[in-house]
Design a binder for this molecule. Structure first.
Ligand code: SDX
Length: 427
């Protein structure tokens, strides 16, 4: 007999099952609560609400643990490749050699965009935010593949390949548009990360030199960003997909949710914050005090997390890779010194300690992107490139659940009770 939870209501006691996950997490199953008691649970921001059961990613916020399909992020970031992690997230197991080779081939041969898509870029203003371009072009892909036929799983898989293959091209072309350089077409002789760097920084006038350290650090960053269970953008993808919207539209909703500065947009805000602190004489303490003063409206971007009440394991990995990468390319970025000083000051301040506010995935990533030559507005695009397989994996998992329903939360109404219409001459 499983554990039960008793909810004591004024009129009677309600008994609910307690579901237990494979890592011992417990959830009170309230699936019939409203049917049986006319009560709903109120939880703005879903701080205490599990929207689903999922087998993709496990986070222990108290211990700073992150695993994709059971594999620790530290091992994947060190030993795996981004396409291998894409397969792992989508299929649930690490691929064997033949599977990875075929998957890589399928991605490599779908990296080009329809020539009509290229024409969209002419219509964007030159200073268009690249996330606006990413969302628009990704959604437009549904117009090019609407005629795809077959069973839904096969169509979803083909569209997953198209998205994984084309997003780097879409992102790189947004950058080329912003600097007025010719678009670089993808090359099938390059790996996933190499191809992206080639399309970003290559020019038709000369050969492109691949920097191995840049490829390695990009591969790790993409892996580290690949999934994070029910974060805002992934939950958004699930909600949109639950209406059976096509995969391109569902992923577009994730891109839009990620854009916000509380979420993926934070990596852009972190670097802007570090630049402001540097311009202001590098006075970290002043900004720590501002972040503690609610009236200032200032938050330490790249700090804090809904789930991690310990170090974000990704921040630790990225901080180390940041040091190694800047050293390997002999780059001295004063913002790194500002970031380290800010981290030190915050980690020794009671306000941050009491609230378990630690650096998150966005705190150091922007410094690496800067050193790679990626413009600040494109930092969140880099986050989207990494998060894409996670979004896809959750969409696939949702559709594979035979009991999946359209997401439709309830509410507690607090507006006017019934009243009659008043003609305008009597108002
Ligand atoms: C990502 O969910 C995910 O998994 C997201 C993500 C992923 O991989 O998908 O990990 C990626 O989005 C990382 C987070 C990036 N965002 C930022 O760095 C923006 C700055 N951080 C915050 O705005 C905030 O910490 C959130 C949004 C990340 C978390 O917000 P919560 O969980 O709603 O926490 P909260 O706003 O209720 O804060 C709790 C307390 C408050 O103080 P009190 O009311 O208790 O006095 O901590 C304070 C907040 O004022 N606080 C901060 C702070 N973050 C929280 N104070 C100063 N600086 C901060 N950064």
């Amino acid at each position: 007999m499983g554990e039960k939870a008793k909810i004591i209501l004024s009129e009677h006691e309600y008994e609910a099952d307690v579901v237990v996950g494979t890592e011992g997490e417990k959830g009170i199953d309230v699936i019939h609560l409203r049917r049986d008691t006319r009560n709903v649970v109120l939880d703005p921001g879903f701080v205490n609400t599990a929207s689903c059961s999922s087998a993709i990613t496990f986070i222990d916020g108290e211990k700073g643990i992150l695993r994709y399909r059971g594999y620790p992020i530290e091992q994947l970031a060190e030993k795996s490749s981004f396409l291998e992690v894409c397969w792992l997230l989508m299929k649930g197991e690490l691929p064997n050699t033949a599977e990875l080779e075929e998957f890589t081939e399928e991605i490599t041969t779908h990296t080009m965009l329809h020539e009509s898509v290229r024409e969209f870029y002419a219509g964007f203003p030159r200073d268009a935010h690249p996330m606006a371009i990413l969302a628009s072009v990704v959604c437009s892909l549904s117009a090019f593949y609407q005629g795809d036929v077959g069973n839904p799983e096969d169509i979803t898989y083909r569209n997953s390949l198209r998205l994984l293959a084309k997003l780097p091209t879409i992102a790189a072309w947004a950058y080329k548009k912003s600097i007025g350089q010719p678009f670089m077409y993808p090359r099938n002789d390059l790996g996933y990360s190499e191809n992206f760097l080639y399309m970003m920084f290559g020019v038709p006038a000369e050969d492109f030199e691949i920097v191995p350290e840049m490829v390695d650090v990009l591969n790790s960053l993409l892996i580290i960003h690949a999934d994070h269970e029910q974060n805002c953008s992934t939950s958004t993808v699930r909600l949109v997909r639950s209406s059976m919207a096509n995969l391109f539209a569902s992923i577009t909703s994730g891109i839009c949710a990620l854009w916000g500065h509380r979420h993926g947009g934070a990596n852009q805000r972190v670097v802007e914050m570090l630049q402001n602190i540097q311009k202001d004489g590098g006075n970290a303490k002043k900004y720590i005090e501002m972040a503690k003063d609610k009236k200032s409206g200032f938050r330490l971007m790249g700090f804090g997390h809904r789930v991690y009440k310990n170090f974000d394991p990704r921040a630790k990995i990225i901080k180390e890779k940041c040091h190694d990468f800047l050293k390997a390319i002999d780059c001295k970025d004063p913002l790194l010194d500002v970031a380290i000083e800010l981290e030190e000051a915050a980690l020794n301040d009671d306000y941050f300690k009491e609230r378990n506010l630690y650096p998150n995935v966005d705190f150091y990533s922007g410094i690496i992107y800067r050193a790679m030559g990626i413009p600040v507005p494109a930092f969140t695009v880099m986050f989207a490139l990494g998060r894409l397989p996670g979004w896809i994996a959750h969409a696939i998992e949702l559709n594979a659940d035979p009991k999946n329903k359209i997401g439709r939360p309830r509410q507690i109404y607090t507006g006017s009770t019934e009243r009659d219409f008043v003609d305008i001459e009597n108002r």
